[in-house]
Design a binder for this molecule. Structure first.
Ligand SMILES: Cc1cc2nc3c(=O)[nH]c(=O)nc-3n(C[C@H](O)[C@H](O)[C@H](O)COP(=O)(O)OP(=O)(O)OC[C@H]3O[C@@H](n4cnc5c(N)ncnc54)[C@H](O)[C@@H]3O)c2cc1C
Length: 387
């Protein structure tokens, strides 16, 4: 797919593309079949320093902005690989960086940058709370120099492949708070110490290879020193990281969309039916062109959202819009790509059906399209809140 504009961070993009070439479709197909975590891919990315681009140089990272991180994830996805196995490290790290104490940052960030510690798990969603995060019930009660955690989380991805988890829990019951979003706190849980001693991890098999799990907390003890920031202000800390998450996920959608368009355009040029290339038919070429147009527009919004984020400006609405436009553009491109390939779109060896399943997730997680529309309606347009 040719780009209308020169792309940002060309050196990073080229280096990521070279790295990804060592992890072709066959690698992902084999893992996908048995839902195996891409350990080699994540290790290679970590060793190359791509997962620590956002960690400041003082703590051993590259000290780059979100724009650079979006270039990394976009190229991973455009290459047919999947950043879902490791992208959380980029945005969860921000909670620690922005709200953690100096001692916590010194204790964890350099080791994360060196690849000795993995901060891949982000524990927010609960079965009974759903999108309404203020109704989470997992509680952390201060007892001496520990918090005692009880409750349950669901859809917590990479928990089995992470040393640390950023965990949102209630330290004050919702009913006792002035605002529903008060009374929640963020704990940094050391999974290596916790598993089997109050933390149980149960994998959930899903339509894509995402290493997602259910977590059960039964009197898990977490040192009070692992509280990030102030008790009761956790929801705010998590929200600030969520804008970064939305922009990064949007860049993965842009990468997926480019993958689908690259593949569809190439196939439509090469495959001959009725004695001419498929792509000579406007019925085939228009959907590819439409996908290209939609993706180009979404990519502009992702760039804008990343620029605002890096400039420290309030770009919450733009982050949401970028995520929605990019996830819809990648889904349209996925559907178009299957259609362009006919029966071969369904064949495992073409990677299109795998990518189709993978990119569908992004209209639901990490935030669903309806919730984005609700944000835009109430924040940008001043319409009354419905919940
Ligand atoms: C593979 C996978 C990986 C995930 N990884 C993580 C993770 O690592 N950490 C984590 O914390 N979470 C994770 N999640 C959870 C994810 O963020 C949630 O699934 C998502 O936010 C939607 O929440 P829900 O599933 O509870 O849906 P619900 O809140 O039950 O909503 C269901 C549907 O109803 C719609 N809806 C709900 N309320 C309204 C309303 N008021 N108006 C209009 N529509 C509404 C929603 O848009 C959605 O489409 C993951 C999910 C999946 C599937």
């Amino acid at each position: 797919m040719s780009e209308a504009q020169p792309q940002s961070y060309p050196e990073i993009r080229e280096a990521v593309r070279r790295l990804c070439a060592a992890f072709p479709g066959e690698y992902w197909q084999a893992l996908d079949r048995d839902r195996i975590y891409p350990t080699d891919f994540v290790r290679t990315l970590t060793e190359a320093g791509f997962l620590s681009v956002l960690i400041p140089e003082d703590y051993g990272g590259s000290g780059l902005g979100l724009g650079a991180a979006t270039a990394v994830l976009e190229e991973i996805h455009r290459s047919g690989c999947n950043g879902g196995a490791c992208h959380a490290q980029m945005y969860t790290m921000g909670t620690l960086l922005k709200h953690g104490s100096e001692a916590q940052k010194q204790a964890y960030l350099p080791a994360i940058a060196r690849g000795e510690l993995r901060l891949q798990a982000f524990g927010v969603t609960e079965p009974s709370a759903g999108t309404d995060t203020t109704r989470i019930r997992t509680s952390a009660k201060r007892v001496g120099d520990h918090y005692v955690v009880n409750g349950q989380k669901i859809w917590i991805s990479r928990a089995e492949h992470s040393d640390l988890m950023i965990l949102l829990c209630r330290t004050t019951p919702r009913e006792a708070c002035a605002k529903p979003s008060d009374g929640m706190s963020v704990l940094l849980v050391d999974m290596r110490e916790a598993e089997g001693k109050g933390l149980t991890i149960r994998p959930i098999r899903t339509m894509l290879n995402h290493a997602t799990t259910e977590l059960f907390f039964d009197d898990l003890q977490v040192p009070a020193a692992n509280l990030i920031g102030e008790e009761g202000k956790g929801f705010r800390y998590i929200l600030s990281g969520m804008n970064a998450e939305r922009i990064l996920i949007a860049s993965e959608c842009i990468g997926d969309g480019r993958f689908f368009i690259d593949r569809a355009a190439a196939y439509a040029k090469e495959r001959e039916v009725f004695g001419r290339p498929l792509g000579e038919n406007q019925g085939v070429q228009f959907p590819i062109a439409r996908a290209y147009v939609q993706l180009a527009a979404a990519a502009e919004m992702v760039d804008k959202a990343a620029r605002l984020f890096d400039a420290g400006q309030d770009g919450g609405t733009e982050a949401n819009m970028a995520k929605m436009l990019a996830s819809e553009a990648s889904w349209y491109a996925a559907d178009m790509c299957i259609q362009t390939h006919g029966g071969f779109g369904f064949a495992e060896e073409y990677d299109i059906e795998r990518k189709f399943r993978e990119t569908r997730l992004y209209q639901v997680a990490p935030i669903s399209t309806n919730l984005i529309l609700s944000h835009v309606a109430t924040h940008a347009l001043g319409l009354p809140k419905s919940f």
